[in-house]
Write a protein that binds this ligand. Structure first.
Ligand SMILES: C[S@@+](CC[C@H](N)C(=O)[O-])C[C@H]1O[C@@H](n2cnc3c(N)ncnc32)[C@H](O)[C@@H]1O
Length: 302
């Protein structure tokens, strides 16, 4: 289970604001596929719809953007608090006007196949598009689990279906000196809005990052700090939470996908960035992590 589980859902939402251009990218993918499906399925013009799954939908940051499209949408999430917040965010934003037909699954994507084999989820199988945004793949503990997720996800794809996911790109450790921090430094200030007791709730967040290079493991520790006059009333003051990632270097992606039985449709440096699909030496072609801060990949069944 991911350590992200321990983070309070509201705080998780406040801290996880996405990668620049990500939801616009995923939304345009859905729109393009929907258009294509309508063209192909001329008879069913208005009825042609798309079956889309978001793995690790969190508080619904991206799901909310997709909910206004005429599609079938499934949000899959491990954390029940986040899934509840996701449903609440969608109802609040759309007030029953969401065009998509939305389903929610509380489940663990490290056992994706087993989860979909469960009674009740059988009919939901076979998606035109599966997305796993915002470093979701890094929530798994090791390469085996990551390969298994990709394999099981592509097995849920309809013919011509695609799986798209992204992650932050870290530079090559042989050329870049990674240093773990030994003390907390200020990261941001989050506003959790009003509570019953007081008009507003603002928390400072400090971060301490630890790298274990050999294991490709990154642990972010977050410490919450209330404003001085609020310290006594703030239960989160001084609390420390952590998020653990098994990150990937972009040049590991082709092998990972091949092991999972997938072929690459497109590999990009950043959302809307340089197309690296045909590049043979991903390690040196671009200084990933310096020039490009993220990778984005689209794959399908080989
Ligand atoms: C970085 S967040 C991305 C949230 C959302 N997709 C977004 O873009 O804002 C990763 C999400 O994956 C969920 N997650 C982590 N491990 C999971 C697992 N094994 N099964 C299902 N969801 C998981 C986390 O709880 C979290 O909501």
């Amino acid at each position: 289970m991911s350590k992200s589980q321990s983070l309070n859902a509201e705080i998780y939402q406040a801290l996880h604001t996405g990668t620049f251009g990500d939801w616009q990218f995923y939304k345009s993918l859905v729109q393009k596929k929907l258009k294509l499906k309508k063209v192909k399925d001329k008879k069913a013009q208005d009825h042609a719809t798309l079956n889309v799954l978001e793995l690790g939908c969190g508080s619904g940051r991206i799901l909310c953007e997709l909910a206004e499209l005429r599609i079938k949408l499934t949000g899959f999430e491990l954390n029940d608090e986040l899934l509840a917040l996701c449903k609440a965010n969608i109802s609040q934003r759309f007030d029953k006007t969401a065009t998509a037909e939305i389903d929610y699954i509380l489940g663990d994507f490290s056992k994706l196949e087993a989860c979909f084999d469960q009674q009740g989820h059988q009919q939901k199988k076979y998606f035109d598009l599966i997305i796993l945004p915002y470093n979701g793949i890094y929530c798994l503990r090791n390469e085996e689990e990551q390969v298994q997720l990709i394999r099981e996800a592509i097995n849920l794809l309809a013919p011509q279906g695609e799986l798209w996911f992204d992650g932050y790109a870290l530079p090559d450790p042989s050329e870049y000196a990674y240093e773990s921090a030994d003390e907390y430094s200020p990261l941001t200030v989050i506003d959790l809005g009003a509570s019953k007791k007081r008009p507003e709730r603002v928390l400072g967040v400090e971060e301490l990052d630890v790298f274990q290079i050999e294991q490709q493991r990154f642990t972010a520790h977050y410490r919450f700090v209330a404003p001085e006059e609020e310290i006594i009333n703030e239960p989160l003051h001084g609390r420390i939470e952590q998020i653990e990632h098994r990150y990937l270097y972009p040049w590991q992606l082709p092998k990972l996908c091949q092991q999972a039985g997938a072929k690459i449709i497109k590999l990009m440096a950043d959302f809307g960035g340089q197309d690296m699909t045909a590049t043979t030496d991903l390690r040196t072609a671009c200084e990933w992590g310096i020039d490009a801060e993220h990778w984005v990949i689209g794959i399908t069944k080989a």
